[in-house]
Design a protein around this ligand. Structure first.
Ligand SMILES: [Mg+2]
Length: 459
């Protein structure tokens, strides 16, 4: 239509919240009543083929409006960008967003602003993959290693990983990639399930869901722990009795403990043979994780879903503080920074077992693990992607899990696109669900939040 090259014409944002706290889905020792939410962004374009870039970051309810405002604060960097240049080099957008010196003051490279950058950068990668007519994992796995290196920001990590080393890793990773692609397409990528183990579930529900997990072909489950030791002993005993000795059972404290408590508590559960203890303490405490790791071996130490950037991951690896590195697709600055983190993990030989669940985190992160298998680490040994069976129905290309394995996505893009009907129903507070809900929830009904016009009205 237009004679000028296609561009990003607008950045639309949506505050989408799901009322998951009603069923205690997602409850753990630190987060007893989450309402799983997405601060959602659409890069609207005048692409003649109609492609738009979808991205989001995940929050658990209150504050999702703050997250949306942070995404909106970045929009001037995106609107007007020519699509050909953006998709040929999403790293250019990543650098511009991280390099906004006034917004950088709010981080740097951490917290709400950095998660907003992640949402926007991921939306750009979704757009790039859609325009390339490839699922993102395949776009990355088939990309030229030099180009992938150009997408990584080595500032603050070059002491642990140089661009030359990254290039060597990626070149080595390409050997045998064709065979691994075929294996991935045939078998999928192994997953594990957290669904049985939410802290708010009864022992009866834990038993039923743990039995179901094994029947569904999962070889690992995870239990939330850390609120009450006697409860944890009883729940771990129950779960171990149900799944038997051959299924791996991870435990997750969601940052509940001090360093000493983490060692004692984990050792008190050692008889149930937990495979890893996840987020035993603050995600910022690198040396604390190193102490815990020494104190709980042979139980492995895992963390990462709240690790704010590649710099902290670098230090966790340098300090020998973790056995398992847990990337999150929507916590750090998007695909570019996760490439840096996957390369660091490969350099240090630490397996990556991504955090997922929430809203759409499974949809996103599967692409990163699949790229890692095909074209970087080259293995799925001791690697599993978290799986939680919530909220997938809101996505146009939801994950498919069969026999405990994620099927390789085939649709072009980053699997980030939500159904317009879901956005319309669950936008807060103006979507149909919340209008009804807030009207019937006394006494807050008289104090329902003001609606904001910019916020999700276009769905
Ligand atoms: Mg966790």
């Amino acid at each position: 239509m237009s004679s000028t090259p296609p561009r990003v014409t607008a950045v639309d944002t949506y505050d989408i919240r799901f009322p998951t706290s009603r069923e205690l889905d997602g409850s753990d020792a630190m987060n007893p009543d989450p309402d799983y939410s997405a601060a959602y962004v659409v890069l609207r374009t005048d692409d003649p083929d109609g492609h738009q870039g979808h991205g989001f970051t995940f929050t658990i309810g209150r504050g999702n409006d703050v997250q949306v405002a942070a995404i909106r604060a970045l929009s001037h960097h995106v609107v007007g960008r020519p699509l050909d240049a953006l998709c040929a080099d999403p790293g250019s957008l990543n650098r511009d967003l991280i390099g906004d010196s006034q917004l950088r003051w709010l981080g740097p490279e951490k917290g709400v602003m950095h998660m907003a950058i992640g949402a926007v950068v991921n939306a750009a990668w979704d757009l790039a993959a859609k325009r390339a007519a490839k699922p993102l994992w395949r776009l990355l796995a088939e990309a030229d290693p030099e180009w992938l290196v150009s997408q990584v920001d080595f500032r603050y990590i070059a002491d642990a990983l140089t661009p030359e080393e990254a290039l060597d890793l990626l070149k080595a990773g390409r050997q045998g990639a064709t065979d691994r692609t075929a294996r991935l397409v045939e078998r999928g990528y192994p997953g594990y399930t957290t669904s049985p183990g939410w802290l708010g579930y009864s022992d009866e529900k834990l038993t039923r869901l743990a039995r179901q997990a094994v029947a569904d072909g999962f070889t690992q489950i995870k239990l939330k722990v850390g609120a009450d030791l006697d409860d944890d002993i009883r729940r771990c005993r129950t779960a171990r009795a149900v799944v038997g000795p051959d299924i791996r059972m991870a435990i997750d404290a969601n940052q509940r403990w001090n360093v000493g408590d983490a060692v004692q508590w984990t050792n008190a559960l050692a008889e149930f043979e937990p495979y890893w203890v996840e987020e035993p303490t603050s995600p910022d405490d690198i040396l604390g994780h190193a102490l815990i790791r020494r104190g709980v071996a042979p139980v492995k130490v895992a963390t990462g879903e709240h690790v704010q950037n590649r710099v902290v991951f670098k230090q966790l690896l340098q300090a020998g503080a973790i056995d398992i590195l847990q990337i999150d697709a929507a916590r750090v600055g998007g695909v570019n920074e996760n490439l840096a983190i996957l390369l660091l993990a490969a350099k240090f030989g630490v397996p990556v077992c991504p955090h997922a669940g929430g809203v759409g985190l499974c949809e996103l992160v599967q692409h990163l693990s699949m790229f890692d298998f095909v074209a970087l680490s080259g293995t799925t040994e001791d690697r599993v992607i978290e799986y939680v069976d919530h909220l997938h129905e809101h996505f146009v290309d939801p994950v498919v899990v069969r026999q405990g394995h994620y099927a390789a996505p085939t649709a072009p893009g980053f699997s980030a696109t939500m159904h317009a009907s879901s956005i319309a129903e669950f936008t807060y507070p103006d979507g149909e669900f919340w209008v009804k809900d807030l009207a019937t929830t006394a006494p807050e009904s008289t104090q329902a939040p003001e609606s904001t016009e910019q916020n999700g009205a276009a769905a």
